[in-house]
Structures are given as C-alpha cells and as structure tokens.
Design a protein around this ligand. Sequence first.
Ligand SMILES: Nc1nc2c(c(=O)[nH]1)N[C@H]1C(S)=C(S)[C@@H](COP(=O)(O)OP(=O)(O)OC[C@H]3O[C@@H](n4cnc5c(=O)[nH]c(N)nc54)[C@H](O)[C@@H]3O)O[C@H]1N2
Ligand SMILES: Nc1nc2c(c(=O)[nH]1)N[C@H]1C(S)=C(S)[C@@H](COP(=O)(O)OP(=O)(O)OC[C@H]3O[C@@H](n4cnc5c(=O)[nH]c(N)nc54)[C@H](O)[C@@H]3O)O[C@H]1N2
Ligand code: SF4
Ligand SMILES: [Mo]
Length: 747
Amino acid sequence: MTEQWQPSACILCECNCGIVVHVEDRRLVKIRGDKDHPASRGYTCNKALRLDHYQNNRARLTSPLRRRPDGGFEEIDWDTAISEIAAGFKRIARTYGGDKIFYYGGGGQGNHLGGAYSSAFLKPLGSHYRSNALAQEKTGEAWVDAQLYGGHTRGEFEHAEVSVFVGKNPWMSHSIPRARVVLNDIAKDPGRSMIVIDPVLTDTAKMADFHLRTRPGTDAWCLAALAAVLVQENLCDERFLADHVNGADVVRDVLREIPVPEYAQHCGVDEELIRAVARRIGTASSVSVFEDLGVQQGPNSTLCSYLDKLLWILTGNFAKRGGQHLHSTFGPIMRHTPEVGRTPVTGAPIVAGLVPGNVIADEILTDHPDRFRAMIVESTNPAHSLADSARCRAAFASLELLVVIDVAMTETARLAHYVLPAASQFEKPEATFFNLEFPHNTFHLRHPLMDPLPGTLPEPEIWARLVRALGVVDDAELEPLRAAARRGRDEFTTAFLQAMAANPELNKVLPYVLYETLGPTLPDGLRGAAALWGLAQRAAMTYPDAIRRAGHADGNALFDAILTSRSGVTFTVHEYADDFALISHPDRRIALEIPELLDDLRGLAAGPTPLTTPEFPIVLSAGERRAYTANDIIRDPAWRKRDGHGALRVSVEDAAELGLVDGGRARIITATGSAEATVEITEAMLPGHASLPNGFGVDYPDDDTAAPRVTGVAPNELTAAGWRDRYAATPWHKHVPARLEPVPADG
Ligand SMILES: Nc1nc2c(c(=O)[nH]1)N[C@H]1C(S)=C(S)[C@@H](COP(=O)(O)OP(=O)(O)OC[C@H]3O[C@@H](n4cnc5c(=O)[nH]c(N)nc54)[C@H](O)[C@@H]3O)O[C@H]1N2
Ligand SMILES: Nc1nc2c(c(=O)[nH]1)N[C@H]1C(S)=C(S)[C@@H](COP(=O)(O)OP(=O)(O)OC[C@H]3O[C@@H](n4cnc5c(=O)[nH]c(N)nc54)[C@H](O)[C@@H]3O)O[C@H]1N2
Ligand code: SF4
Ligand SMILES: [Mo]
C-alpha cells in the first residue's frame, strides 16, 4: 500500500467494513476493501464505492443555523450558537426540570464516538430520557435476551453447519462480516445448510436450502411449530439442557401441546418442510440464527425473538464453534437489563433504557405537565425514520427548543431552532460500537482522512464547548490531570483515579474530562478519541483474559494499540467455554422460562388475526433493504446505480387483479397517508404482499439554486404509531395494511 491509500471504514451499514481510500482535493476518488481490517479482511459490497456521495454533496451544512421568526434560517457563528443553546437548555431545566430534555440519536451505522460525549452535557442538566433507532427494532429482542442470559448474542455463520435467517436478508442488508462471501461458501458446501424464513423470495432465500415462505406476519406460528417439532421428535440436547439451562421443562410442556399441522397451515408453510427444517436444526453439529426486521418490525415481534432463540437453546448450540455466542462489548450500545421503565406521559415501556420511537410524538403533543419540552437530535433523522412522519413533524415543531447536530440539512433539521453542522465521518476520528463478534471481537478507530469542512466541528468538540458553556466544571480541577497526561499513560491513570475519588461529580462529565485532559496529548488529530481511554480501561477490567489473549497487557496497552492500528484491532479473543462466564445470571445458566411469553405462546392456539381489512387488503412492508439503500445516510439520489425511484414491488397476481403495470405508477393508501410509486411486478412477492424500500423520500436540491426535491416514497408517511409490539412498543413497519390503485399514465 502506497502512502496515498489511507485506511478508514464504510459507514453505510453496521458492518463498517475496512476500506482504503485515495483522497484527492477532498474527494474520495478511489475506494477499495482494506485487507488489513481484522473483521472484513478486504471485503466490501457494492455500496462502499459510492461513499463520495456522502462526503461531498449539496445537502452538507457549513455553518451553525438559527431559525428566524419567519421560519427561514440564518447563519450564526459558533460562539453565538453554543452560548444560546446552552442558555436555552439551562432555561428549560430550570423552568420544567432537566428530565423534560429528551436526547435522540447519538450515532448512525458507523459513528458512535461523538455520542459518547453527549452525557457530559445531558447529565449536569438532569436530562435522562433518551432513545435512538434501536428502539425501533432491537428492544424486544433485548428484553428477551436480558431475561435469558443478560447479553446480546451473535451467530458464528462463518463456521455454522446450519445458518438460519429469520426475517433477515443478509445478501442485501449484510450485518454479518463478509456476508456475501459467507453466504456463497454455505451455498457451495453440500455439508452445510441455509434456512430462510421470509415471505419474499429474497436474494438470500434464492440461495437457501430451505425457504420457509411464511405468510407475512405469521412467523410466530412457524417458529412455534419448529420448536414444537424439536420437542415432540426428541431433537433437544438433553445434556446441554440439564447442565446449562433452567426452566426447560416448563417450556417443553407448552411446546409438546402444539398441533404442528395446524400451525403449519396458519403460517402457510408445508408441514413436511417444517419438520425437515426442525430435523436439520436438531441434528446439526452447529447452528447459528439471525433474526432481523422481518420479525422485529412485525406482529408478535417479541414472541418471535423468544421462539427463534429456543431453536438454538433447545438444541444446545451455544458455546461451541459455529454456534450462537454472547460476546464482549467495547462501547455500550444497549443495556441488557430486564427492568422496564415507563415513559412519563403515556407510560410506555422503556426497554434497554430507550424510549420507544413510536410514542415520542405522544410524549410531546399533549398538555401533560411531564411532556418533553426540548430535544437534542444527533446523527439521526427521526422526522423521516419514525412511524407517522406527519405527526412527528407536528410534535417536533411544537417543542420549545430543538437542536439538531448533523452533517446535512435533513427533514428533522428543517424543524429545528438551531442546526449544528458536524464534520463528516471522514473528517474526524470516528468509530463504530457495533462490535458484536465472538470469539474474536474487533474495534476500529478511524483516523481523519482530511480536515473538517470549513464551518463544521467534530461532535466531541461541539459537546465540549456546550459543557464549557454550562460552567459546571472548574477548569483548575483539570490542571493536574493535564499535567499527568503529558507525563504518560500510567501517571494519567493514577491522577485520573485520584481526581474521580476526590470529586465524584466529575464522573457525570467523564468524557469531557478525558477530552480536556488526555485529549490534547493524543497524536494525529485524534483528540476526539480520548473517551476511548475510559472504554479501554473498562474492557480490560471486564475481560482481562480475553484482552490479554488478544495481545494487550492492560487497558493502557489496548488504548495505545487502538490509537496506532489504523485498520483496527482485535481487542478480545475468547474461548468457547467463556460463553458461560458471559451469562450475567449468578448461576451462569440460561433462564429459559419467560412467563408472559409462554402465555402468548399458548395464546397462538387461537390462530392469526389478520390486520388487513377489505378497505386495506394488502400487507405493505414499508422499508426493505436493497442494493442501493442505506438508511438516510446518503441524500443525493445520484448515488444509486439502479432502482433510482425505489420501486413498489408487487406480486404478479395482485398486479393482474388491480390492473397495475410494470414500470407504471401506483397509489399506495394506508390509514395514515398516501403516496405514489413506480411499480415493479415480481414473482418474489406473495399475493397480498407489497414492499417499498427504505432510505427514499428524502429531499435533495438538483443544483445550488433549486429548491430541494424528493425522490421516492418516504415510508413513514404511510405508517402509524399505534401499530406496535406490546412489550417493547417496536413498530410494525413490515406489516402495514394498505390499498393499491393504478395511477393512469396521463395523470
Ligand atoms: N442495503 C442496506 N443494508 C442495510 C441497511 C440499509 O439501509 N440498506 N440498513 C441496516 C439496518 S439499520 C438494519 S436494521 C438492517 C436490517 O436488515 P434486514 O432486516 O435484513 O432488512 P429488511 O429488508 O428491512 O427486512 C428483512 C426481511 O424481512 C422480510 N419480511 C417482511 N415481512 C416479513 C414477515 O412477516 N416475516 C418474515 N419472516 N420476514 C418478513 C423482508 O422480505 C426482508 O427480506 O440492515 C442494515 N443493512
Ligand atoms: N418505515 C420504516 N421506518 C424505519 C425502518 C424501516 O425499515 N421502515 N427502519 C428503522 C431502522 S432499523 C433504523 S436503524 C432507522 C434509521 O433511521 P435514523 O435513525 O434516522 O438513521 P439514519 O437514517 O442512519 O440517519 C443518519 C443521520 O446521520 C447523519 N450523519 C451522517 N454522518 C454523520 C456524522 O458524522 N455526524 C452527525 N451528527 N450526523 C451524521 C445523516 O446525515 C443522517 O441524517 O430507521 C428506522 N425507520
Ligand atoms: S454497506 Fe455494509 S457491507 Fe457494504 S461495504 Fe459498507 S459496511 Fe460493508
Ligand atoms: Mo436499523
């Protein structure tokens, strides 16, 4: 590699594949996979090559903006913005209490470093309600995980004999390292099997050995039938259950009663296929399972999370090569605690510490005294990504203070009182906290490829300025730490522990303290990486042996390795048996019995209740991942090489019945709203099921003078906040009752 190739990572999905980039005149002119990245090992998909559309585009912000009374924005300087914003939040906290300040976001697919500093501003104000996109997908699963074993698990698909994808299309959406290589390897190997549960004949399903083509929204019956066959045909791993699992008998009693033929009919899958799949799972040497939005954003989502975990737990596919694993954590993404809090206005469940996205508007649009009055939105676009965009817009517009920190002018930013322009992810140190692998887990600190675009600042600096403006830290207290940091890591460690013991209040602003003291001593523009020092110490204390096995003597050694390894480091190497130690229950056993969900499982006997009606007879999946979608990260529609308008995919049968033509236009009507899209007729869809892609419907100016124009359908103009899971209040985006009508070509 010559000097001009600089290591970084793709930021378009949670994999954050390592890339090397050739930068010319601030453009990412050439991009390749980085062979030295410990997780992706040179792999990228088609999307990484298009990253310059994120870095350079007409939506980028270059100055702090303040909303004028007439609704337009004026540019203001950073000092004015920071002091007015800090004063504004202080006023809200003083008048109503700091808990009326709601924080949403903190990172997207690849940028979690900036959000790590937010607590230093929020905690002194007394703000503690927070959320992000994970509360639209992963909280139901997290609640189940918390009770089963107290952590997040991942399958080891690279080595699994049997891989199961439930409502997950990894060929398009990835989420596992080197997804397409791994899927191809599985498909080529006659000794291994791929099982896909999905109503759509996806690119992944096409490669599968077994495709369980469930009717949309009926996965609970399919999964229950699979688990029932495991029990009824004695395919469970008795030894594993006896040694490592509590409550298995109660669960098996419920599964033993399940009438498999009936449940097969309920989900529309052939009974013999279900039995064959259960037998394949029950007799394999290793099984890995990945559930994603197809079930997490549909009816019975939390129950489905429970049932698909039964598949690998009942068969003992834990703590062995190719099985399912708990893993180390570097930066905290989600808390796995069984406690469920309640939101202040609607009393909705707060799982994993996150307010459900579907109730945010209701927590604002009310005269309840405990309503949220102000909001900080960082690196996310909730006015577009939360259910029922129109209502979200109304809610955000009614706030007394809304501040948005983003690289681009977004749908949410347009509603803000202040917009703060962030440096892009290639202009600052940045990192993902989606470090979810086992036995080797990796962490990648990306170095800046160039200076921040003039006018922008990295988030760590934005938060530091805001904390300074609050005036909660006596700068003199930081002097000894600054001096110690200049003398070396060990001296800093000692001084840091002393300072924290002497003034526990400093704990509240810990990331700020690190930024101000250790930060200035870090090389190569890496000041923003200072917070990682604290996380490295914590990792070293939590996983001492696994960190040493990965070659790091202690937290300081790990931190230094992170600073110098520009393509990323392996931070933990676990042994398979360590999985048991990672179970957080004191007896290190899996607790299989979840009474509420067992009740729901019994309740499945009543059969599915369709959500569709004669008025809205089609199930619309609003937000499918495709070859050229990447949430809202790239706004310029020119980044797409195909499917530029984000086609509405419909079945051959529905098209014929409704008079829809391929390439023609259709109107999509739901109880919430309506939209128009280009039609694609495909055998991939079942009759009664249609899909729209995610990531469309954001606006972008055609040229510097034009008003922004919207391409494709914004999915959440069609979704409703009330369609949600009863445990985690996660949305049913994949299951929106809708009506389709042809739009005549001339109108
Ligand atoms: N290309 C691309 N990749 C991405 C992203 C992106 O925007 N674009 N986003 C990233 C993010 S944030 C996430 S969370 C992941 C999501 O990754 P996935 O969950 O894989 O993405 P989706 O396509 O939204 O949904 C998965 C599947 O659910 C299926 N489905 C719909 N209804 C049902 C149902 O009733 N039952 C079952 N079993 N399946 C159903 C759909 O047919 C689809 O194939 O992708 C990540 N990767
Ligand atoms: N109907 C429907 N709705 C959905 C989904 C669906 O399938 N259907 N999927 C849901 C899921 S799984 C997810 S994850 C969410 C995703 O939705 P969001 O949480 O809104 O996240 P992104 O779309 O990734 O938005 C990322 C934002 O970060 C900004 N950004 C990029 N880089 C930086 C940076 O360095 N600093 C800052 N401050 N900002 C930056 C981008 O400009 C963009 O505005 O959508 C959810 N909404
Ligand atoms: S989109 Fe995801 S899988 Fe594709 S290169 Fe980027 S990080 Fe890797
Ligand atoms: Mo997501």
